[in-house]
Design a binder for this molecule. Sequence first.
Ligand code: R5P
Length: 317
Amino acid sequence: MAGKNGAIKLVAGNSNPPLAQGIADYLKMPLAKAVVKRFADEEIFVEIQENVRGADCFIIQSTSYPANDHLMELLIIIDALRRSSASRITAVIPYFGYARQDRKPGPRTPISSKLVANLITRAGADRVLTLDLHAGQIQGFFDIPTDNLYASPVMVRDIRERIPLDNIMVVSPDVGGVVRARGRAKRINAPLAIIDKRRERAGESEVMNVIGDVAGYTCVLVDDIVDSGGTLMNAADALLKNGAKDVYAYISHGVLSNAAATRIAKSKLKELVITDSIQPTKDVLAAGNIRILPIASLIGEAIGRTAKEESVSSLFD
Ligand code: R5P
């Protein structure tokens, strides 16, 4: 298959092989033959085992757990492709780890997402394709074209199919997520509530104030990342205490570190719906109330359009 910048080549890192295969299946093309392996001391070695000279290369790699290993793999694959005379290299990063470190939280701290953006650019990527960035402005950390896709259409379709729309309230689990949640609420024509977390005094526990009357509603929490699950489960508890009927959550990236999936399985949350931007662990697959929406066709379509120099934003009109 060829686009406007040469033959398309899909190269998979080790972060999420099933997603890479799903994207290849959508595009009806094979993954490029490549070896990404470790030396005994854990150094990463990459060998692209087919000709990519003049090719339009897309590397599929989330910088998910173990974040540093997967980031390093991505950088080394970019380097291998650059030195193999690829015509264009796009880093397809369905989950961009380090995104939460997008500002200085205090004096003498780094802005690590800017550093990671610099590393990817300096390694030789020409473009970035990612999904639901923690903050849209992170696109500006890359001095190369960066497309930020949205899982929203996939999630909205699922919400419409699964939950009766006449009694839904979309909820942002914190003030920082209001814009994201408002967008989702608009798409399904639902009202919006916000959880305002406050710690009145140092050492006291956080108080969860629910802004909006959620009593009797089926609440749908919307967020970009679920990691420890703390934000999510506290929000679910607060909503149920305020009279919500049921609480669902639609969250793009299931980081779900440590025992988060097991805790969520035991929580009062009716269902957590995530995408497969991060390869689900056994615990995630075993949790009775976590469901995964495949994202391969969305990413595959965006790759196809990028290769053909067609609009990607019109996917979300
Ligand atoms: C924070 O700004 C993010 O949008 C998520 O709310 C946060 O990363 C979730 O983390 P956790 O699941 O550990 O509470």
